[in-house]
Design a protein around this ligand. Sequence first.
Ligand code: UDP
Length: 488
Amino acid sequence: MASQNNPLHIFFFPFMGHGHMIPSIDMAKLFASKGVKATIVTTPLNKPLVTKAIEQFKTHSNNIDIQIIKFPCVEGGLPEGCENVDSIPSPHLIPAFFKATWLLQEPLEQLLQQQKPNCIVADMFFPWSTASAAKFGIPRIVFHGTSFFSLCASQCLNLYEPFKNVSSDTELFEITNLPGNIKMTKLQLPSIFTQNDTMTQNTAKLFAAIRESEKKSYGVIVNSFYELEHVYADYYRDVLGIKAWHIGPLSIHNKKDKEITSYRGKEDSIDKHECLKWLDTKEKHSVVYLCFGSTTHFLNSQLKEIAVGLEASGKNFIWVVNKKKEDGEEWLPEGFEKRMEGKGLVIRGWAPQVLILNHEAIGAFVTHCGWNSTFEGVSAGVPMITWPVAAEQFYNEKLVTEVLKIGVPVGVKKWVGLFGDSIQCDLVEKAVKRVMEGEEAEEMRNKAKLFAEMAKKAGEEGGSSYLKLNALIEELGSLSQHQPILQD
Ligand code: UDP
């Protein structure tokens, strides 16, 4: 029988990329705050990120820990020290990175043998972990880190292949059977649906393995809440038949870790207090926040278009750019920052995004539609300008602009992988004005605020995510003969 000394023990094993590690660490903290023993498994060079992210939490909880397994850089054909997607030196090494992660199976199994957890929540990119868990007789739960909507869209595209019936890349097709009559073009789909080179074929194989392992897994944890996308949560569970628990928003539901100023992935390139002070001088809803996640790279020409569009919009802004001081200034129009002094803040590197989004001065969020960012925007009640680039971001754009109706598309036509498409400055200006001014903007803002309230309630006692999380912990407890000790 379980006791305080023998709690339910869960391994959390995130893929080594910031967009996967941040929500997984939040998730581990959330479980730990409920009395579960949470162990985050990562690799030596990713350890400092995890250590910092749980530092504050550890001051009031002993339930969380880290275990390290070696990342096989050299064996996987990567340079030494390349343990995070962030440090892949060139796009052609991306397949090697994914290949290397398959070599993590053996060290993970050694750790499972040693530590004997009751369950493992492993990232979608580790499809082999379902078999590993089975060897030790424990359930593996999948964490995709995206919305129900995206999960459903991607499954429907796979099952029904509606894109095969169009005569051009720009012809609209409807995603068969997906509620909401969602239409896309072939150009907006991930390459696995549209291309056939060796690299894409390998990626397609990986995704097939992910789908297979999902079927054999115990279920899926989704960082979302029911009220936000209940049609798709129901479709995922009832029509696609996948057992799933929605327990989000992970970014705000850690009751014992309320401090949203805590470390999230990287050292901020701006002092948090400076940033807040700057925002404090601005009127409510008067600032546009632009940030494109941890992996998007735009060409200098694209960055210039953004700058010109922002200046023409006449709005205040905070713009996070994936650049360092050493990269020079060619990507900015001459004298841009001087002219924008007091009106616009350019952050080179990493920003305290959740903190910024939750400041009342923020009026809109220009996002690449990575799910963490999108959901952080939803949870902060901020209308969005959607600028998808890669991965499942075009689906999230549809969710924001057509289902939730709390944002407008900037007008990206093409899925491009890592490097951003070319959007002209007038489109940036137009989208910014559309989300910041007038009746339509007001409507979107009001709707976004309602979703933010729902998000908060979902994690509070009796809320949909709160109840699902408790139900999951109880279920895992009874599976492993542990009586979980639920705490709030
Ligand atoms: N993020 C941040 N500061 C930045 C850039 C990103 O804190 O300057 C965080 C953001 O809040 C989110 C994550 O990094 O939690 C990015 O995840 P997302 O799924 O949005 O995009 P990805 O990086 O996976 O493309």
